[in-house]
Design a protein around this ligand. Structure first.
Ligand code: SAM
Ligand code: SF4
Length: 357
């Protein structure tokens, strides 16, 4: 990545905002239901070094590399959203840390932390590459990350991910903690796979000062297996946990889908993300961009607008900003996931690795 050019571009864009006047100043993103968009999740690649069975099929077909936005384009796109009021930026994937030179993008984006335009730069990762990047991430201002880990059992981990080595993930988590990065563990609750292990996973996470968030399987993308076999309602898990632990509801804060409880016995926090059983859409403040520059304003809808074309059409952001505004204007009120025996097919055809979870 050419930093000198990026810096010049950033300066020029900044100048044009102020010199042309209020008419071209990027406007805040407020959707038709009055929700202000301040959180952007960006998938920087659809590729991954693992193949979690609920996420991808083993012979997953990835996008042609030519379709992907370059790192410079990703930087420009993220910066345009930051100029329009995004305060929190999460990089995800696929696996964000397998994108070649991803650290140059992260370093470049960290200028928005330095300027105060951005409150948080973070990522969701499977942790497999974290050991080698942890210190640099901290150096770039990353202070919190989410690491996905569904089990502590090496054999089960291999089964879930199809070939992953759990030790790399555990080393990555230790490296991140040692670097001063707070880690939140995300675990997908899977019927007959890790359901009995949740208390152990929670005790382990809380023992290291990490929050554990449980996620219900969402019906996204054809993965060659029926979702009904994987789906485990978190309400059931919560009831089971409540038999042995003191769970106390915590007030909501993030505007996100997670609901948190404190666990009396461990002193830690446990989150529940329940798209299937709990509607969290009223407070949704986020939009997602794929690695090809498609914006999805709702994880659970097929709605999509292309930002790559306006991004490439011109070096100033006027067209891009107008396209973003139009897309925000289509953000639906809420989603409508269904998994049942009649609908044993994905209700949204794109994979989670495309939108990035
Ligand atoms: N590769 C990174 C990782 O695994 O953390 C980031 C991308 S991954 C798609 C983001 C999150 O989505 C992970 O926590 C993963 O467990 C979750 N996920 C993937 N497919 C899912 C599905 N069908 N239902 C619920 N969560 C899913
Ligand atoms: Fe890769 Fe993350 Fe999907 Fe697992 S959940 S296959 S680590 S993208």
């Amino acid at each position: 990545m050419n930093f000198a050019r990026l810096a010049t571009n950033a300066k020029r864009l900044h100048m044009s905002d102020t010199t042309i006047g209020l008419a071209t100043r990027p406007t805040a993103m407020i959707d038709p239901f009055g929700r202000t968009i301040s959180y952007l999740r960006v998938s920087v690649t659809d590729r991954c070094d693992l193949r979690c069975f609920y996420c991808m099929s083993e012979d997953m077909t990835f996008l042609p590399k030519a379709d992907l936005l370059s790192l410079e384009e990703l930087d420009r796109l993220c910066s345009a959203f930051i100029a329009k009021g995004v305060r929190k930026l999460r990089l995800t994937g696929g696996e964000p840390l397998v994108r070649r030179n991803v650290m140059s993008l992260i370093r470049s984006l960290s200028r928005h932390l330095d300027s105060g335009a951005l409150d948080e730069l973070t990522l969701t990762t499977n942790g497999s590459q974290l050991a080698r990047f942890a210190n640099e991430l901290h150096d770039c201002g990353v202070r919190r990350i989410n690491v996905s880990l569904d089990t502590l059992d090496p054999a089960k981990f291999k089964t879930i991910t199809r070939w992953g080595d759990i030790n790399k993930v555990l080393d990555g988590i230790e490296a991140a903690l040692a670097a001063g990065i707070a880690v939140k563990i995300n675990a997908v609750a899977l019927k007959n796979v890790n359901e009995d292990e949740i208390p152990a996973l929670m005790e382990w996470a809380h023992g290291k000062g990490m929050t554990l968030t449980l996620i219900e399987v969402m019906p996204m993308g054809d993965i060659g297996e029926g979702r009904i076999d994987q789906y485990l309602p978190l309400s059931l898990l919560r009831t089971r946990l409540a038999a042995n632990y003191t769970l106390a509801d915590l007030p909501e804060s993030t505007g996100g889908p997670a609901r948190y409880v404190s666990v009396g016995e461990t002193g830690g926090k446990l989150g529940f993300i329940t798209p299937m059983t709990h509607n969290f859409c009223e407070s949704c403040n986020r939009v997602r961009i794929t690695c090809t520059g498609t914006i999805h304003t709702c994880l659970g809808h097929e709605d999509a607008s292309d930002l790559r074309k306006p991004l490439r059409a011109s070096t100033d952001n006027e067209l891009l900003n107008a396209t973003i505004d139009r897309a925000i204007g289509t953000k639906p009120k809420g989603h409508d996931f269904i998994i049942d025996r009649r609908h044993n097919r994905p209700s949204v055809s794109r994979h989670m690795s495309v939108t990035g979870g």
